[in-house]
Structure formats: structure tokens, C-alpha cells
Design a protein around this ligand. Structure first.
Ligand code: NAI
Length: 338
């Protein structure tokens, strides 16, 4: 039987992929950074997604092992592995959705912005390849600091003349997943029934949960609001500290990334009413990028919803968030323009 993985060399075995049979009507998805802490469980969960027919796994190390491993799962998607910069363009060519969890994670005491120096360059390089080989792809950016890496991606695509703001999305889904979980805990609700919008960005005070808009409607005490806001904003740090130097959230992030990618794929398929929070090019505030609820469709982000009524606490939070966001956005833009 031909192997359904493409490794190292680009001749020979690559041809065998053509004969591997996957789901015929699904989407092609690439994961860049697929051998990492997020990348591996994300690859596993995407291999289980019935909307995916072809799964490209790219990393600069260890792609062979992860690809061989995942490819043995008896689900529909065909898995192909791509290792190292020389295979990056093949990895992203012809794909519908690219998910990027490549880059270094935080260690205790670090902010997401401390990752900028390494991850900015990684995201820039990856997006240059996407702009060249797959300009129509929907791009889901997980690599931190998301508040800056999304503007970096946008600038790269602008430079290449392929920018479509509807197709570049920063993944803030983990903040929503955490908000739903923590609200569920406090109110004694099943987290699957909770819908808590989280807007702004994806770092510290820029993570702004809109507890006044939680569904089902909840009435929180001020103490509960303070507790929930702090826990949602610092959920990532809670995991970084618990992992004590070995990384940041990977399993819950992979879960959130798949939930978000699945929403993008359902949008691409033409499903109606697919709405999730994401950090996107936006006119909801005066900032060029902002996370809020968006409707996903065949073109990517097809509608961006306004923030809705905010209470005084949330309005104060919004002002703080915007101040920090403006700096992070500018930092990302300058990195590419310099
Ligand atoms: P990790 O270090 O376990 O994995 C990162 C992977 O990226 C590694 O396999 C590495 O080889 C690969 N990589 C490095 N340079 C690359 C390049 N040039 N091209 C392709 N792959 C490359 O890190 P982990 O825990 O998977 O986190 C990845 C990123 O996701 C970090 O920046 C982290 O801060 C971010 N993150 C984002 C979250 C969000 O909510 N958006 C939540 C949690 C983490």
C-alpha cells in the first residue's frame, strides 16, 4: 500500500499521496507548527473532523513522527507531512484553511508580548508563503502575541497585494471557552449552555469578557464580576504557572482552535448563522483590529457585529483594552513596514 504521508524528500513518495483516498468533498487544511504542544493535539482533532479531506502538517522539526502517527487514525482525512522551510510552499499550496500555532510559548513571568521578537518573524515568514501559494486561504492565527501577529499577517498580505481582511482571523476562542467554563462554575450551569462574548484582544486587559451579555442572562454580584473578569483575563497565566516552565495552554487551546476552525469550515460550506468571536480587521472601534462576534461564511468574515450595550464596568475595561491594543497593533505594523 502507498504511504499517505509525504516526508523529507519531495520526489518519489510525494507521488504516492495522489493515490491515497480521503473524503472526496471535504476541505484541505494546513497546520503550521504541527509538531508543537498545540499542533499535535490540534492535528489529531482535525484528523477527526469530517469536514476535512486533506490535512497538511508542517513544522521545522519532528513532522515525520507526528504525521506517521496521525495518519494511522481510521478517519477520512488524508494526512501529508512537510518538514522544513524548503517544503513550506508545498504545505500551503491549494489549501482552504491554514491554522498557525507555530512559535514559542510563554514561561512563568513572561507576557505574551515578550514572545514578539521570535514569533513576529515566524508569522511573517509563514504568511509570505501563504500570500504566494494560497492567497485565497482563510488564515487562523494562534501564535502570540495575537494582538500583534494578526496586524503582521495583514501587512505581509498587503505587501504581496493579496490582502483580504475577511480571511485573516486571530484565534481568541480560548478566551470564550474559558469564559463559558468559569461562568458555568460560578452560576452552576452546564458550560455548554453558556455563551459569554469576549471582545477586545488576546492579552491581559485587552481580554474583555462582556458578562452583561451572557446567555442565558445571569445576574452577577460585583464580587463575581471582579473574580470572573480577572480569571478570564489571566486564564493563560494560570496554566503557564501550573505548567511551571514547561509551556502554556496546549490541550484546551487545541480544543478551542478546532472549535474555531470547524466554524470557519462550516462557514465555507455555506452554513447559515455561524457566529464566533475573533480578532479581525474591524470598524467596531476606532482601532484597525478588534475582537468581537463575527459571522463566518464562504468569504471568511462576512459580518462583524457591534459590541452591543456595555455597562459602566465594561466601558472602563474597553478604554484600558483599547490603549494597550493600539500599541500592540502599531508594533506589529511597524515590524513589517520597517
Ligand atoms: P510549542 O513550542 O510546543 O510548539 C511550537 C511549534 O512551532 C514547535 O513544534 C516548533 O518547532 C514550531 N515552529 C517554530 N518555528 C517554526 C517555523 N518557523 N515554522 C513552523 N513551525 C515552527 O508551543 P505551543 O505551546 O504549541 O504554542 C504555540 C504558540 O501558540 C505560542 O506562540 C503560544 O503563545 C501560542 N498560544 C496561543 C493561544 C491563543 O489563545 N491564541 C493560547 C496558547 C498558546
Amino acid at each position: 500500500n502507498p504511504p499517505n504521508t509525504q516526508m523529507g524528500e519531495s520526489s518519489g513518495p510525494a507521488r504516492w499521496n495522489c493515490r491515497a483516498k480521503g473524503g472526496s468533498s471535504g476541505f484541505k487544511v494546513a497546520i503550521l507548527g504541527a509538531a508543537g504542544g498545540i499542533g499535535q493535539p490540534l492535528a489529531m482533532l482535525m484528523k477527526m473532523n469530517p469536514l476535512v479531506s486533506v490535512l497538511h502538517l508542517y513544522d521545522v522539526v519532528n513532522t515525520h513522527g507526528v504525521t506517521a502517527d496521525i495518519s494511522h487514525m481510521d478517519t477520512g482525512a488524508v494526512v501529508r507531512g512537510f518538514l522544513g522551510q524548503q517544503q513550506l510552499e508545498d504545505a500551503v499550496t491549494g489549501v482552504d484553511v491554514v491554522i498557525i500555532p507555530a512559535g514559542v510559548p510563554r514561561k512563568p513571568g513572561m507576557t505574551r508580548d515578550d514572545l514578539f521578537n521570535i514569533n513576529a518573524g515566524i508569522v511573517k515568514t509563514l504568511c509570505e508563503a501563504i500570500a504566494k501559494c494560497s492567497p485565497q486561504a482563510i488564515v487562523n492565527i494562534i501564535s502570540n502575541p495575537v494582538n500583534s501577529t494578526v496586524p503582521i499577517a495583514a501587512e505581509v498580505f498587503k505587501k504581496a497585494g493579496t490582502y483580504d481582511p475577511r480571511r485573516v482571523l486571530g484565534v481568541t476562542m480560548l478566551d470564550v471557552v474559558r469564559a463559558n467554563t468559569f461562568v458555568g462554575e460560578v452560576m452552576g450551569l452546564d458550560p455548554r449552555e453558556v455563551d459569554c462574548p469576549v471582545v477586545g484582544g488576546h492579552a491581559g486587559v485587552t481580554i474583555l469578557p462582556l458578562l452583561s451579555q451572557v446567555k442565558p442572562p445571569c445576574s452577577f454580584t460585583q464580587k463575581e464580576i471582579d473574580y470572573l473578569t480577572d480569571r478570564i483575563q489571566n486564564g493563560g497565566t494560570e496554566v503557564v504557572e501550573a505548567k511551571a516552565g514547561t509551556g502554556s495552554a496546549t490541550l484546551s487551546m487545541a480544543y478551542a482552535a478546532v472549535k474555531f476552525a470547524d466554524a470557519c469550515l462550516r462557514g465555507l460550506r455555506g452554513d447559515a448563522g455561524v457566529v464566533e468571536c475573533a480578532y479581525v480587521s474591524s470598524q467596531v472601534t476606532e482601532l484597525p483590529f478588534f475582537a468581537s462576534k463575527v459571522r463566518l461564511g464562504r468569504a471568511g468574515v462576512e459580518e462583524i457585529y457591534p459590541l452591543g450595550p456595555l455597562n459602566e464596568y465594561e466601558r472602563a475595561g474597553l478604554e484600558k483594552a483599547k490603549k494597550e491594543l493600539a500599541e500592540s497593533i502599531q508594533k506589529g505594523v511597524s515590524f513589517v513596514r520597517k
